[in-house]
Design a protein around this ligand. Sequence first.
Ligand SMILES: [Mg+2]
Length: 214
Amino acid sequence: MTFFIDLDGPLLDVSDKYHRVYKAVVEELGGVALPKETYWKLKRQKTDLAVILEHSGLPSSTGAVYKTARLERIETPQFLHYDRLQPGAVKTLSKLCGKHDLFLVTLRAFAKVLGHELERLRLTPFFREILSAPGAPQKRHMTKVALIRSLGDVSSDEGIIVGDTETDIAAGKELSLTTVAVLDGIRTRQILEGCRPDYMLETIADLFRHLPDV
Ligand SMILES: [Mg+2]
């Protein structure tokens, strides 16, 4: 089988990085950052940025400045340093890659920085190829679709996409892949249920227990 695996969420716990970037930008703009737990809960629920900024003592009109400042930081080594491997991620990849073809599919803007991070985390050898591109602001899932289509024919009964957001599930459905949502990433169960994935797992390590022939 062929696996198309998302990075941020299924393999990496990005909550610390997200909160530190949020905190740095909010403080720079003169606001007061929410504690990590509160911020992460709002983020996972897809709370409007304007509401998060309001809770942080900033007018919603700072949204555009916040977004730009956030994007400037989120893929810098200073903050990528806070990405942590999800428990069981490496073990799962080791088991999968002996039997299946694995492709990493991620919406990162800077391929070179991504390459360094994957080396640092020792994830590179598990994948046949690293597919990465900056996500289009609208229809982000179509960027993932294009990345996967760039490989040529993907047989739908053999392909499985694993991700933690609506982007991954929508991309998988567009390509008629089996869709697997994991619940330890940046979306709540309620949001992911609404995307109607074929499988919902607590973590990527649960693939072996729930999917046939994995
Ligand atoms: Mg993700």
